[in-house]
Design a protein around this ligand. Structure first.
Ligand SMILES: [Fe+2]
Ligand SMILES: [Fe+2]
Length: 333
């Protein structure tokens, strides 16, 4: 299987204007591209990069919330948080499987995460300091993820689009459980709980806006991704949609956004916001955020500590196969 995909990959590397035109016509007609269809090498590479980064984000994203499972304030909260963190692991698994349909193995992808060649979302390099962070992550981080991912349900690549449909359903549960924590803290909570929620919003708001990636004028990948219908909206369009949807929710909670320039433009109907600190974004992406080292160390340890489990599973699968083969030989004789 893997050798075959390498051969396919070589065949794809050759430029072929006729096939490329046919491919683009299918994309323009909103047909789904499937794993065995011809595709330009750039399309394959863009998808591998994007799906891998998405898969890594799901897995690394389990750490900041996993940190609070033992300290959830009630059985109900613990059960919901546990289910949510587990869902994220499932999202990572589907997405690695979707990437594998493009001829890379999961092992290769994990290797590239660990050696720093592939990234995960910058947001997961921030620490979770209070219980209110669990509310904020669900409300804002999952909320931003949904804004990004709903259009991906219509992505031109079939396996990615189909994975996103299921993932988005679960993300919407995550967002609601987060907002419900915020409602409990802010509308029904004590002044201390409300202050804790406000403090969490102050820390997370700007990093969440950075989740949509660089501004359109600095984004390297947008044009081609839009033409190939991998992306349907630009980073800035999605960021604006998110701000417009989220600000009224924050006001309902009685919270103040940490942005003196945030104001509603009555004419356009959009919430205008201040300048993002792109230097911070670049620093965190380059590995120098508050938790980058800790997150990568946890991933490395998990990979190393899991070697024996993977070896045992493989040995067991081989033993079963040998037994099945022998049984089939006997049946054939
Ligand atoms: Fe997820
Ligand atoms: Fe989620």
């Amino acid at each position: 299987m893997y050798t075959q995909s390498l051969n396919t990959r070589e065949a794809h590397a050759a430029e072929d204007p006729v096939r490329e035109a046919r491919f683009q016509a299918r994309v323009d007609a909103e047909e789904k591209i499937e794993p065995n269809d011809w595709m330009p090498e750039g399309y394959r590479k863009t998808l591998v990069r994007q799906i891998a980064q998405h898969a890594h984000s799901e897995i690394v994203g389990m750490h900041p919330e996993g940190n609070w499972i033992t300290r959830a304030p009630s059985l109900k909260r613990k059960a919901a948080l546990l289910a949510k963190v587990q869902d994220e692991g499932g999202h990572g698994a589907y997405l690695y499987a979707a990437a594998e349909t493009l001829g890379v193995s999961r092992e290769e992808l994990v290797e590239q995460l660990l050696n720093g060649k592939q990234k995960y979302s910058s947001i997961f390099n921030y620490p979770t300091l209070s219980w209110a962070d669990m509310g904020i992550i669900g409300w804002l981080v999952d909320g931003a993820a949904i804004m990004n991912q709903i259009p991906l349900c219509r992505c031109s690549y079939g396996p990615y689009a189909r994975a996103m449909i299921r993932i988005c359903k679960e993300e919407s549960f995550h967002q609601r459980q987060g907002y419900e924590i915020m409602v409990t803290l802010c509308r029904d909570g004590t002044p201390e709980q409300k202050a804790m929620a406000q403090e969490a919003l102050n820390r997370w708001w700007w990093p969440v806006l950075m989740m949509f990636g660089p501004s359109d004028k600095d984004s390297q990948h947008t044009d081609k991704s839009m033409r190939w219908k991998i992306k349907r909206f630009t980073n800035d369009e999605l960021r604006q949609k998110f701000v417009d949807a989220t600000v009224p929710q924050g006001h309902y909670l009685g919270l103040t956004f940490p942005d003196a320039d945030l104001k509603l433009n009555e004419e356009t109907g959009h919430w205008e916001f201040g300048e993002i600190d792109w230097a911070e974004f670049k620093r965190v992406i380059a590995g120098d955020g508050p938790c980058n080292r800790q997150r990568m160390k946890q991933r490395k340890d998990a990979t190393e500590n899991g070697v024996w489990v993977r070896e045992a599973a493989l040995a067991y699968a081989e033993k079963r196969k040998a037994r099945r083969d022998a049984a089939m030989r006997i049946a054939a004789e």
